[in-house]
Design a protein around this ligand. Structure first.
Ligand SMILES: [Zn+2]
Length: 386
């Protein structure tokens, strides 16, 4: 029996006054999620172990069966794997955001979701202006910095310090002197770049600083097939998910038109997913858009993103008869515009029936699966194939 896991990044939320006390999942029109719950069952899953930051890195490692307590070293090395940046044993890879800072305050962790075509030259310019580290352009604002023979450092996720003064959150310990030097140098280099002048002229936010965070050494993940006894494939637009998959020995299927943003090509994703399900036992299909809408604090965009994920699931279900699970990796509540570590709801069309009828936070909490730990999720779902 085939297994499809659809991961709608950040879909879970809280009841909102503007939605009449409903959460975005409750408010959205999701006939396909509903059908999965009706023909199957719901539950909750704790994707973030106590003491860990609520991020997609931790949550998706857990859900794929890799206990973060054992395998997590940082977000940087996971993305390096996807970007094809080789890491030596002693190298530390940091995620390096392009950000917008105004008068010492971090106003945008994504520099206005700068497109790769504009961000790439900026990252290369910063890289040319610093010594002792290498910078690598990634997708949009998500770039990479490698410190050879590094030590790591305490860093702040930029999406958690929006609206705050950066001086209070600069890197500390270990590689901090190097990181701070790169941050300061990036200001000077980026100030007069033509790309930034044009962005400002168009009324867009300039990418006027880099922000390195979540560094670590390359982790050693046991192969997915050894762990779960099935072949696995990943479809995602973001390097983080693809990097985890590559390090786990899963097949990474790149879909043209998948942007990791609100405008991603859902039809293309559905088409590639349907094809992948013929070749692999398990497909992990990740969509980033609901999380981005959560970070924007936009209820309208979040509901729209959820409905589009539902539509994509509907397209796949036209031909796909196997087990299907839908869930977020973590909540990205509109109220806080960032991730929270609370358990998330899931719905599975498998063997179990529990009388639930929707994929929502409230239905999940009364679902037949109860509350699972993150690493129990895939074994539970795979067990549904009997
Ligand atoms: Zn996020």
């Amino acid at each position: 029996m085939k297994v499809l896991v659809v991961l709608g990044d950040g879909m879970a939320d809280e009841p909102l006054a503007e939605l009449g006390g409903k959460t975005p999942l409750e408010y959205a029109r999701t006939p396909n999620f509903d059908r999965i719950a009706r023909e199957g069952a719901c539950g909750m899953v704790r994707t973030i172990p106590p003491g860990f930051d609520a991020g997609s890195d931790i949550a998706n490692l857990s859900l794929l069966g890799y206990d973060p307590r054992k395998y997590y070293t940082g977000r940087g090395p996971l993305e390096a794997a996807s970007m094809g940046v080789p890491l030596g044993e002693r190298d530390i890879a940091y995620r390096c955001n392009l950000v917008t800072v105004t008068e010492g305050v971090l106003v945008d962790f994504s520099a206005g979701h700068i497109p790769s075509s504009e961000g790439g030259p900026l990252i290369r310019a910063v890289g040319a202006g610093v010594e002792g580290v290498s910078l690598h352009p990634g997708v949009s604002y998500r770039n990479l910095m490698v410190v050879p023979n590094g030590e790591g450092a305490e860093t702040a996720p930029p999406h958690d310090i929006v609206g705050e003064r950066i001086n209070a959150h600069l890197p500390r310990g270990g590689d901090a002197p190097i990181l701070v030097r790169v941050i300061e140098r990036s200001r000077e280099v980026l100030r007069d770049q033509p790309v930034n002048r044009e962005r400002i002229a168009r009324g867009q936010r300039p990418a006027n600083m880099v922000w390195p965070w979540s560094g670590g050494r390359r982790p050693a993940l046991p192969p997915f097939r050894d762990l779960h006894g099935v072949s696995g494939a990943m479809i995602s637009a973001v390097d983080l998910l693809n990097g985890i998959a590559l390090l786990a020995g899963m097949e990474v299927i790149r879909v043209p038109g998948a942007t990791g943003y609100l405008d991603t090509d859902y039809a293309a994703k559905a088409r590639y997913a349907t094809e992948a399900l013929e070749r692999f036992d398990l497909l992990y299909l990740h969509v980033e858009a609901p999380d981005e809408a959560g970070h924007m604090g936009s209820v309208v965009e979040k509901v729209k993103a959820i409905e589009r994920v539902d539509g994509m699931v509907g397209t796949i279900m036209e031909t796909y008869q196997g087990i299907i699970a839908v869930l977020p990796d973590h909540p990205t509540p509109i109220r806080v515009k960032t991730h929270t570590p609370d358990p998330v709801p899931f719905a599975v069309r498998g063997l179990l029936r529990d009388g639930t009828s929707r994929l929502t936070e409230r239905e999940g909490a009364r679902g037949g699966y109860g509350t699972l730990e993150g690493v129990e999720f895939l074994p539970t779902i795979l067990g549904e194939s009997g």
